[in-house]
Design a protein around this ligand. Structure first.
Ligand code: Z5A
Ligand code: MG
Length: 214
């Protein structure tokens, strides 16, 4: 019998909502459970496309809004084969951000929603999206806020509104894969809420891998 495929779990959320903290804890916990897990960060700043994105985020370079949007998407596409291969081999893949950030940030800058969705069409569809929310005051009080492009209260407020639209679109196209979790509590509190959502996904009979926006 073939091994069951791995689950694809994506973390999204505003800046400083604790995504990376929670993703790291989740990976450790799943490994301790004896599960094969791989963490995939987006943007993946280690590739040549990722280095262009990194330079843009650090405001060392400027790019047209559409051009940077396409680079973020290209960065996901260059990682897509490896994600599919791992899932097929039974590895659980945890992504720290994905295409939903891509839409929320670019739409917040004024690009049309339909344009923002298009280049990600066909990417591996997550089995679960864990969306961490915190109010802007909590986010701003957390460390290192304000060092990169987009890290202002004004932009984050618009991004939050766009994420709500993205959540509706996901529900409309893909059903109940979006889990919103209030991440204003302690790291331990949030971890327990995340664990409940993740275990419900892992224990479900998830279908063969789908395609984003298809
Ligand atoms: N972007 C885009 O435009 N298009 C795309 O397609 C993609 C991304 C994929 C870089 O993202 C930027 O790229 C991002 C979106 C855009 N721009 N913004 N804003 P990134 O993922 O590389 O970096 P980041 O999202 O700016 O923020 P972050 O540092 O990754 O935040 P986080 O991972 O959500 O939070 P954290 O690092 O886990 O925690 C932040 C701090 O809070 C840290 O000091 C923690 O110790 C603390 N923390 C965490 N949890 C708690 C709790 N529960 N209580 C108290 N303190 C906490
Ligand atoms: Mg992070």
């Amino acid at each position: 019998m073939m091994a069951p495929r791995g689950a694809f779990i994506v973390f999204e959320g505003l800046d400083r909502s604790g995504k990376t903290t929670q993703v790291q804890r989740l990976v450790q916990r799943l490994e301790a459970d004896g599960r094969a897990v791989r963490l995939q960060k987006f943007p993946d700043r280690t590739t040549s496309i990722g280095r262009m994105i990194d330079s843009y985020l650090q405001t060392k370079s400027d790019l047209d809004d559409r051009a940077i949007h396409l680079l973020f998407s290209a960065n996901r596409w260059e990682c897509a084969n490896a994600i599919e291969r791992d899932l097929a081999q039974g590895v659980t893949v945890i992504a720290d951000r994905y295409g939903f950030s891509g839409i929320a940030f670019s739409a917040a800058k004024g690009l049309p929603f339909s344009f923002c969705l298009q280049p990600d069409t066909g990417l591996p569809l997550p089995d679960s999206v864990i969306y961490l929310t915190v109010n802007p005051e909590v986010a701003a009080s957390r460390a290192a806020y304000g060092l990169e492009r987009y890290e202002t209260k004004d932009i984050q407020t618009r991004v939050r509104e766009r994420f709500d639209e993205v959540a509706n679109e996901v529900q409309r196209r893909h059903g109940n894969i979006w889990h919103t979790i209030d991440a204003s509590g302690s790291v331990d509190d949030v971890q327990e809420k995340v664990w409940a959502a993740v275990t419900s996904t892992l224990n479900a009979d998830f279908p063969s891998m789908g395609r984003l926006w298809m």
